[in-house]
Design a protein around this ligand. Structure first.
Ligand code: ADP
Length: 517
């Protein structure tokens, strides 16, 4: 029955813990999912903002809204064919004038063009003046160039615009021209549509495609890609970028791990709390059970203790009633036994009453100065016949007794009587009891010593608990309710004193009462 109750209680404690653990694991799992979703969203967001930044930076180039100097190369797509800028017919008057000046080696025209402002540029942003100035140069190398150009101009098949440019152009321009050429050769089949950006080349170029003023034409302009973009590593930026990848900065450390730590800590605390509460509950239940067991034991003990003297009394009274002419010696013996039994009864009833007062916390002690020696002597005189009848010799050493103590006389007498009764009950074959009273530092010490069955060390604390009786076979035959020492301890504590025990199984016990002087 008990073990079943414990089983139920343990189940009641464990079930919420298991539910809690399952819930926690689910929560942890959800948190992990949420975190990975958050990470994906954050990466997406970083990508979007990188894309927007890049677009804001380069979109004006695609739409031709900036000066041409940042454009590496450009061209149009016409009927599915790429034509680079230098193949196109230039409409600007100055470029036309430059070409005719080169053709005719017209120094006056060169001079006018060399004086043009910086803002007059070709489609690459190279000022027309830069082209014109070398023609006016005086040193040998420049004259050589002038001659070359003159020859070119004299040629019935003049150099193409590309050729002309290659003669004059700075190295960067030549490189751009070469890049444009290889772009044309490599990518014309995979050209994207209007509005898109294509990454190409090494170093990376971004090529944007915009509608042209000419119907059916698509203009494209190549811009040097900002750093952090690549063709082969990083995240795809997504439309309008066809194949651009960006290496995004590592995400800031997420709150997730902090959340998880918080969750784990909360869970650990809750679980510990639940387990702790469970343990307390189990302990309480166990105590309750132990107390219930002790109460049953108490009732059994008390009833037994009541029944024994009552039965004895009834037997003697009946015998005396049935034999009115009992001889005086037997009659005296009967009366002695009856007296002894009534004393036992009243001791028991007193203990039970005191105990119930203690339980109800209504027990109080009235301390008054009393002559200790006189109290013990009168107690011994009262207990004398009882001890004598049972064949005990009591040796009292009251010589060093302090004269006065502050105590509740009745309570002290009862405590001492309990110790003497116990000494008698648990004396085994021994018939000797010693009482010694002496001053012990700030206390008066009263030691009641017997030479009986003794108390095992591991039981010496427990014997002061309510209803506790040592569960030994020897004890089973000795009547008792387990209250005597509880009362002794309470009385001593009520006096600000203490009770201690020294005992050895088989050699006897010494109970020491310490009362403050
Ligand atoms: P009880 O009514 O059982 O004597 P007590 O509270 O007086 O109750 O004592 C508690 C237990 O302590 C006893 O059951 C007994 O086992 C043990 N005990 C008390 N006094 C002695 C003693 N002088 N010698 C041996 N054991 C003792």
């Amino acid at each position: 029955m008990r073990s079943r109750q414990f089983l139920w209680l343990s189940a009641a404690v464990l079930a919420p813990c298991i539910v809690l653990t399952v819930l926690f694991l689910r929560l942890l799992d959800q948190e992990r999912q949420l975190e990975s979703r958050r990470a994906t969203e954050a990466a997406q967001q970083r990508l979007t903002s990188a894309r927007q930044n890049l677009l804001a930076q380069i979109e004006p180039h695609r739409l031709g809204q900036t000066a041409g100097s940042q454009i590496s190369f450009r061209g149009v797509i016409e009927n599915g064919r790429i034509r680079m800028a230098w193949e196109l017919h230039h409409s600007t008057e100055d470029m036309k004038a430059l070409e005719s000046a080169v053709r005719s080696n017209d120094a006056a025209l060169f001079r006018r063009l060399a004086g043009l402002p910086q803002s007059a540029t070709d489609e690459h942003g190279v000022p027309v003046a830069v082209y014109a100035i070398p023609h006016l140069a005086s040193d040998e190398q420049q004259r050589q160039q002038v001659r070359l150009r003159a020859e070119a101009a004299a040629n019935p098949h003049p150099l193409s615009a590309m050729g002309l440019r290659l003669i004059h152009a700075p190295a960067a321009l030549i490189e751009a021209a070469q890049q444009g050429e290889s772009f044309r050769q490599q990518t014309w089949k995979t050209l994207p549509s209007e509005g898109q950006w294509l990454a190409w080349g090494q170093p990376l170029q971004l090529i944007g495609f915009a509608p042209s003023t000419q119907p059916g034409q698509l203009v494209f302009r190549a811009v040097t890609a900002p750093s952090g973009l690549a063709l082969d590593k990083g995240e795809l930026l997504g439309p309008p970028f066809v194949n651009v990848r960006a290496q995004l900065p590592a995400p800031a450390p997420e709150d997730g791990s902090r959340n998880r730590t918080l969750l784990v800590t909360m869970f650990a605390f809750t679980l510990l709390g639940a387990l702790f509460a469970g343990v307390l509950l189990l302990r309480d239940a166990r105590r309750e059970q132990a107390l219930a067991g002790l109460r049953t034991q108490f009732i059994a003990g008390v009833s037994h203790e009541l029944r024994t003297p009552l039965t004895a009394l009834r037997i003697f009274i009946e015998s005396m009633k049935m034999t009115p002419d009992l001889d005086p010696a037997t009659r005296a013996e009967y009366l002695d036994t009856m007296l002894h039994e009534t004393e036992r009864l009243s001791r028991l009833v007193n203990n039970v009453l005191e105990f119930s007062r203690i339980e109800r916390q209504t027990k109080t002690y009235t301390l008054a100065p009393i002559a200790l020696r006189a109290v013990i002597e009168s107690l011994l005189a009262t207990a004398g016949p009882m001890l004598e009848r049972a064949g005990f010799t009591l040796k009292a050493d009251l010589q060093d007794s302090p004269p006065l103590i502050h105590a509740d006389r009745d309570a002290l007498e009862q405590a001492l009587l309990n110790l003497i009764t116990n000494a008698m009950k648990y004396s085994g074959r021994s018939r000797e009891i010693h009482i010694k009273v002496a001053a012990d530092g700030p206390h008066a010490a009263i030691v009641v010593r017997d030479f009986g069955i003794g108390i095992p060390r591991n039981q010496q604390d427990r014997i002061f608990e309510s209803f506790y009786r040592i569960p030994s076979t020897e004890n089973k035959n000795i009547q008792g309710a387990g209250l005597g020492l509880t009362l002794v301890k309470h009385v001593m504590e009520g006096h600000g004193g203490a009770v201690t025990v020294e005992s050895e199984p088989g050699r006897g016990s010494a109970f020491r009462l310490l009362i403050p002087l």
